[in-house]
Ligand binder design. Structure first.
Ligand code: NAD
Length: 473
């Protein structure tokens, strides 16, 4: 059933709107889904508000059991769901299957965490007072997510908010509605009570405005661009809504000359071109010690040219297309700008006859093009910049408005610590290309966001603290 899901029912858009889902690898239209607006969203908020009291009153054990059932269902449908994810967003099937497995992990983990919403007892100054802080779910939560991880992004926020005892109104990206509709199929089949989890699809600005304006919505969890995150921050002031913002990134990588250059360069290529570079915390700018700079460039260029680019459903394809024509044009324009700023394209950066492809590009960037530091590339481009000292590398790495993730590669423990502590980013990978996990907090500094998802921090973000003081005199 590929529809919106409101109050336990699959439904069309109030205004009858339809959205055609396009396969970015073939440019073919593959499905039609309802395309709603604020009217659908207001119905969903009302359903979530009605469901809140009884969902909140369930124990963490009871909510947890339902969430773990969602995890089991996702695992049983993972292959089918992943095919549709690949069809609508282009990533290789293997990556899509992995994404659905992590979505299942999130529901399993939060199904357990629901039991652990501990409060605190405070030893009071006065002997006749008793004080405790308890945690309570905030209420209705609006969840707006991006297309790059169309299963993981909504799963991450929904699992944590539902575990906390909140009810949700979720809007996936209009480019990838099939994945969020599949996620809600699992929620529906798991037996969540009507209204607890609702899904709308449609006009982003009107749905966003409805979530911002309705008092019943106490928090908006947003995964997407810094541009839209700022719009939501402005709007949230009207009803003093809480916000969780998981925004863009621009992750630097520091590679020192004590590493095995060939091994790091090879894994850098798979790390950089995952999901065609459309990952918020993916390594973006590679600062490489001067004396291994040429070797690193040669090896990454060789491996990048060997990556098989194509339709993610085909066996052996390592990289798919970008999500749409606009994103393809954005990446090509950034490459042009970087060349004007002194960088040279060593390989890739080409389009294919059909589909929104850009082939994996490696760029020698001796002078450190400003565009790669100030903008999120969100595409398959690997710029390499030489450095001579740790201080110089740190200064360049930190010179960005973003602060999501950063990476350090070295065999020297002291260097690893000094670099990790000097980088102004929320997540640091040391000799690791994936510094995140279901059980650990995920969040950005500076213009990369507010708050954390995942881990125990992720659930606490959806809970209010309440102080209860008892007078025994
Ligand atoms: P986007 O900001 O264009 O869209 C994200 C979501 O916001 C979509 O559902 C879209 O429909 C909705 N939206 C657009 N305009 C809106 C408005 N006016 N009001 C309310 N909602 C609106 O981002 P995108 O292009 O879908 O995704 C790419 C961006 O997401 C990148 O910047 C990437 O770094 C970021 N991202 C961040 C994380 C993270 O955890 N930090 C994870 C994934 C993606």
């Amino acid at each position: 059933m590929k529809k919106q899901y409101i109050n336990g029912q699959w439904c069309d858009a109030v205004g009858g709107g339809i959205w055609k889902v396009q396969n970015p690898a073939t440019e073919e239209f593959i499905a039609e889904v309802p395309y709603g607006d604020d009217r659908d969203c207001i119905q969903a908020i009302a359903a979530a508000e009605r469901a809140f009291d009884s969902w909140k009153k369930l124990t963490g054990w009871e909510r947890g059991a339902l969430l773990r059932r969602v995890a089991d269902l996702i695992r049983s449908y993972a292959e089918t769901f992943a095919r549709e994810t690949t069809l609508e967003c282009g990533k290789p099937l293997r990556e899509a299957v992995g994404e659905w497995q992590v979505a299942a992990d999130l529901f399993e983990w939060y199904g357990e965490e629901a039991k652990r919403a501990y409060g605190r007892v405070i030893p009071a100054k006065r002997s006749d007072r008793r004080m405790q802080v308890i945690l309570e779910p905030m209420g209705v939560v609006g969840i707006i997510t991006a297309w790059n991880f169309p299963a993981y992004n909504p799963a991450r926020a929904c699992a944590a908010a539902l575990a906390a005892g909140c009810t949700v109104v979720c809007k996936g990206s209009e480019y990838t509605p099939l994945s969020s509709m599949n996620l809600f199929r699992a929620l529906h089949e798991a037996g969540l009570p009507p209204g607890v989890a609702n899904l709308v699809n449609g006009d982003a600005a009107r749905i966003g405005a409805a979530l911002l304006e309705q008092d019943a919505v106490r928090k908006i969890s947003f995964t997407g661009s810094t541009r839209v995150g700022k719009l939501l921050m402005d709007g949230a002031s009207r009803t003093v809504k809480r916000l969780a913002l998981e925004l863009g990134g621009n992750a630097p990588v520091l590679i020192f000359d004590d590493v095995d250059v060939a091994a790091v360069a090879r894994t850098a290529v798979s790390g950089r071109f995952r999901n065609a570079g459309q990952v918020c915390n993916i390594p973006q700018r590679f600062y490489v010690a001067e004396n291994i700079y040429e070797d690193f460039l040669n090896i990454t260029s060789t491996h990048a040219q060997q990556l098989r680019v194509g339709n993610g459903l085909e066996e052996g394809v390592a990289m798919g297309p970008l999500i749409n024509r606009r994103q393809q044009q954005h990446v090509l324009q950034l490459l042009d700008l970087a060349e004007q700023q002194g960088a040279s394209l060593l390989c890739g950066g080409q389009t294919l006859e059909k589909g929104f492809f850009v082939t994996p590009a490696v760029v020698a960037d001796r002078s450190g093009a400003v565009v790669f530091r100030q903008q999120e590339i969100f595409g398959p481009v690997l710029p390499v910049i030489p450095f001579n000292t740790l201080d110089e590398a740190l200064r360049q790495a930190n010179d960005t408005p973003y602060g999501l993730a950063a990476y350090v590669w070295t065999q020297n423990l002291k260097r690893a610590y000094v670099a990790a502590e000097g980088l102004r980013f929320g997540m640091i990978g040391v000799n690791e290309w994936a510094p995140h996990a279901t059980e650990a907090p995920f969040g950005g500094w500076k213009q990369s966001g507010l708050g954390h998802e995942s881990g125990s921090e992720g659930m606490l973000e959806y809970m209010e603290k309440k102080l209860i003081t008892i007078n025994l005199s």
